[in-house]
Design a protein around this ligand. Structure first.
Ligand SMILES: [Zn+2]
Length: 389
């Protein structure tokens, strides 16, 4: 699938700016204990997720295709450094509160878009004792360069997993020209609901994980996906998930673009996530209904990079995200040195045109139950149908 320009630019900016020079300071101030004792516990309570696309001979033209040799090197590194492969079901149990569901260093390997050149790596994953999740786009399955349902069934028999990457791979956070709010809401529901139904019917099991095309989402779309029965929403925001603060609507994946070296790959797995900080932002905090400027406060000693440029902090360790920020998606990378441990978390957020607000709000409006579910096929004259959770 083609990347839209913003995601490429932002991801390249992220790659370039992802490792601000933060070193342990000799004089770490006595900070108050974090609000949640279990949060940011250290390097042994992590869930990493990695996003691949396709495999084969590398060319400069295709930054998403990586060689099987490079993949093997990465899997060998993961194995040697104690990263244990996990399944969607294990992540699901962790999200449901089972503290023992994930091993200390859990890694979920994922392959987006359903290319046959994505499944070409299956023997390499198996050789290193890993499996992967294939996030597929049902509207193209079985065509041209894409896997068929028979391929997916074969992969599942080998221990791989299949989940949803929407019906046609659109940027769901962008309102298509000409759609009114009702039309937009209907379109989003179809893009999210249909692939789930189609995959479940073809594969015979529930499909409850979704990866956003282009990583593009906002809280209104995420809430809709959860209403439609998804239980895990995977982004490409980068950074690691701390298994104590997992959020099913904001699961981070590290996307590999542009043939990163093994050193760069390793670095992304080694940078611990930030501990939560007072007044700290989270993804979605800046979405369409929030007004700019917005104040962001950081822990003392932290560094921030917005859109690839370092941010100058004021005396209170904060800054304003200004009203001049362009519409679109932006990365804010925040890094800190925490008693000698380097931490970094990227935050991906969207600033949307105000004209889109009614469309996003239409997604949040309560839905009429389908007529078929109403008593007497509509029940205009009957009692209101009982609302069930
Ligand atoms: Zn995709």
């Amino acid at each position: 699938m083609r990347r839209c320009p913003w995601v490429r630019a932002l991801i390249l900016a992220l790659a370039a700016a992802s490792v601000p020079a933060v070193r342990a300071s000799a004089s770490v101030s006595a900070a108050p204990p974090p609000p949640h004792a279990a949060v940011g516990r250290g390097p042994d309570h992590l869930l990493a997720a990695i996003c691949y696309h396709r495999f084969g001979p590398e060319t400069a033209k295709d930054p998403y295709r990586i060689s099987l040799k490079r993949l093997a090197g990465e899997l060998r590194w993961l194995r040697a450094h104690g990263w244990q492969g996990v399944t969607l079901a294990q992540v699901g149990r962790a999200l449901d509160g089972d503290a023992g569901a994930l091993p200390p260093k859990a890694v979920l390997l994922t392959v987006d878009d359903g290319y046959r050149a994505g499944a070409a790596a299956a023997p390499v994953f198996r050789r290193y004792g890993y499996r992967a999740v294939f996030f597929v786009v049902p509207s193209v399955l079985g065509r041209g360069a894409f896997l068929s349902y028979a391929d997916l069934r074969r992969l599942e028999r080998e221990g791989f997993q299949v989940a949803s990457h929407t019906l046609t791979h659109p940027d769901l956070a962008k309102v298509p020209r000409g759609l009114d709010p009702t039309g937009y809401a209907r379109w989003v529901r179809r893009e999210l609901g249909e692939p789930k139904r189609m995959l479940e019917e073809a594969l015979g099991h529930p499909v409850t994980a979704l990866a956003w095309p282009y990583g593009a989402y906002n809280p209104a779309i995420a809430a809709e996906a959860l209403r439609l029965g998804y239980r895990q929403l995977w982004s490409v925001s980068g950074g690691l998930n701390d298994d104590a603060t997992l959020d099913r609507s904001r699961l981070r994946r590290i996307i590999l673009i542009g043939h990163p070296s093994l050193g760069s790959f390793a670095r992304r797995l080694e940078l611990l996530p930030l501990k939560p900080f007072p007044g700290g932002i989270h993804e979605g905090a800046l979405y369409y209904r929030s007004s700019l400027p917005l104040r962001v406060d950081l822990p003392p000693g932290a560094r921030a990079v917005l859109g690839g440029r370092p941010v100058t902090l004021d005396r209170r360790h904060g800054f304003w995200i200004g009203a001049g920020l362009k519409n679109g998606f932006h990365y804010l990378n925040v890094a800190e040195a925490d008693h000698g441990i380097e931490r970094m978390t990227p935050f991906l957020f969207q600033v949307a045109p105000d004209a889109w607000r009614p469309c996003f709000e239409a997604l949040e409006a309560p839905q009429e139950p389908p007529r078929a579910l109403l008593p007497d096929g509509g029940g205009a004259s009957g009692a209101a149908p009982e609302r069930r959770p």
